[in-house]
Design a protein around this ligand. Sequence first.
Ligand code: 5RP
Length: 219
Amino acid sequence: MTQDELKALVGQAAIAHVQPGSVIGVGTGSTVNCFIDALARMPERIRGAVSSSEQSSARLRAHGIEVLDANGVEALAVYIDGADEIDHQGNMIKGGGAALTREKIVADLSARFICIADESKLVDTLGRFPLPIEVIPMAAAQIARRLAALGGEPVLRAGVVTDNGGHIIDVRGLRITDPTAMEREINQWPGVVSVGIFARNKARVCLLGTPQGVRTMTF
Ligand code: 5RP
């Protein structure tokens, strides 16, 4: 099976976690695009979605699914999103699509984070994928110096401005053995909008696409 087929498989499998008539949180990325397309095929529709990016909002609306303002919603039962990496404890690196800040906001509103990913995303230790960090532009150089002091190789993502007007620094060469501690540390630096480590609010379930079918991991 190709990676795209595995993404379609888990996008469809996530529908089993969606209550018809409910409002859900929807993430961003190519795997989530498959999920959004599967949502559109549900015979009994959802009431609406809180979306983590303009990109996903546009796709939801194109399918006739209402996109709701996060400020008008008190809580969501589920948040369904992909990941760039996920470890065996449910900690993730996210932000390859530059949507990490809104992803954290919608995940925080949600009782359960369900990660959908093809098996290439499963790792023993986070850090092979460059860690994305959204920053306020005027702080980028100082944050890059701090990341270099941690042993990383930071690079500003060229030409990218996030939905929030921020910039993205991608950091190679970090071996993230304590995701919770690193998330907490980087989060408190002035000018960091959010760091792409999802450990404080990690996945509770991962639907992992494999050639043998969907493997369900719970954390
Ligand atoms: C976007 C993300 C995505 O979830 C992550 O990049 C995975 O994307 P894809 O499903 O396209 O592999 O964090 O900011």
